[in-house]
Design a protein around this ligand. Sequence first.
Ligand code: 13P
Ligand code: 13P
Ligand code: MG
Ligand code: MG
Length: 367
Amino acid sequence: MGEKITLSIIKADVGGWVGHSSVHPDLLSKTEECLENAKNQGLIIDYHRGKVGDDIALIMTHRHGPDNENIHKFAWETFEAATEVAKSLGQYGAGQDLLSDAFSGNLRGMGPGYAEIEFEERTSEPVIVFLADKTEPGAWNMPLYKIFADPFNTIGLIIDPKMHQGFNFEVDDLIEHKKVVFSCPEELYNLLIFIGAPGRFVVKSVFRKDTGEVAAATSTQRLFFMAGRYVGKDDPVMVVRCQSGLPAVGEALEPFAFPHLVAGWMRGSHHGPLMPVSWCDDTPTRFDGPPRVVALGFQLKDGNLGTPRDMFADKSYDKAREIALNAADYLRRHGPFEPHRLPLEEMEYTTMPEVMEKLKDRFIKSG
Ligand code: 13P
Ligand code: 13P
Ligand code: MG
Ligand code: MG
């Protein structure tokens, strides 16, 4: 048993209530039952059962480090148990994110998304967990850039001597399966040329330069690349540690005052605004959206999560919601046309190959 705490956020969609809009209460209570057992058995220190749209998130603290077989196995079995409930209730897409028949070693490539960080708990350890539905991991690129590299968002980069040296960004290439670290601010332009293409390059983690401590992490897999067919979006999670040499809580939340456009929404095939919402509004309904994000604030103590706060319930996010709804209206009026609809190569749920096959003999040379 080391000194360090691991915070694991592991999520999956194992069935929607109704369609892809929410999670049935029986799946949530089954999940909580499994988490309570794991705590009683000493596998985890504490937990909170999170949810956004049709995705369930296991937010857990423990001392086993990231990528731990027992933790991942527990998460897998919990999602399997919830899938059984989903099947018995005829929930939509029961077991959607469980791409493998059996667990083997860890969750990499198996469907559930996860972000895990290991750190020494500070005297006070404020942490924000972000959960998004109807979008993809690259949705965090712009907020992470703003939080850790943009002084117009994060004044701490200028006036806090502990942040003044900047941060290191680890970026994953989801197609080539390679990663690279950029030291910012010196390499801002190198960073941006990649993470400005969020369908392929995703910020995986952010580190302090002086201590090497982890400051933020995201879930990065793309189900489409793993399954080779449309199996739902990868509805990502992110965790950001705050204060005392890291961004203030308000600096970590500030980027979401602008509901930037992300890929996802209906059938994982449309651009739409990422709307910050309170937990009670986490049910994407209009055209299966628009995409949305909830934020859970924790104040860790001895590995205990305490009572989470609903950070986007605050009135100061009303304006962002209004902008998001206006943007949603504007984009919807494009119907099946790009750029509301994703470009062909990005479309994850498309009848295009089939239609093309059927019509291929009708295409004649055009000169
Ligand atoms: P169906 O083809 O089963 O309607 O699934 C489509 C879907 O749910 C994508 O949103
Ligand atoms: P999820 O990825 O949240 O299951 O949504 C799938 C979808 O196709 C919504 O239209
Ligand atoms: Mg779903
Ligand atoms: Mg979802």
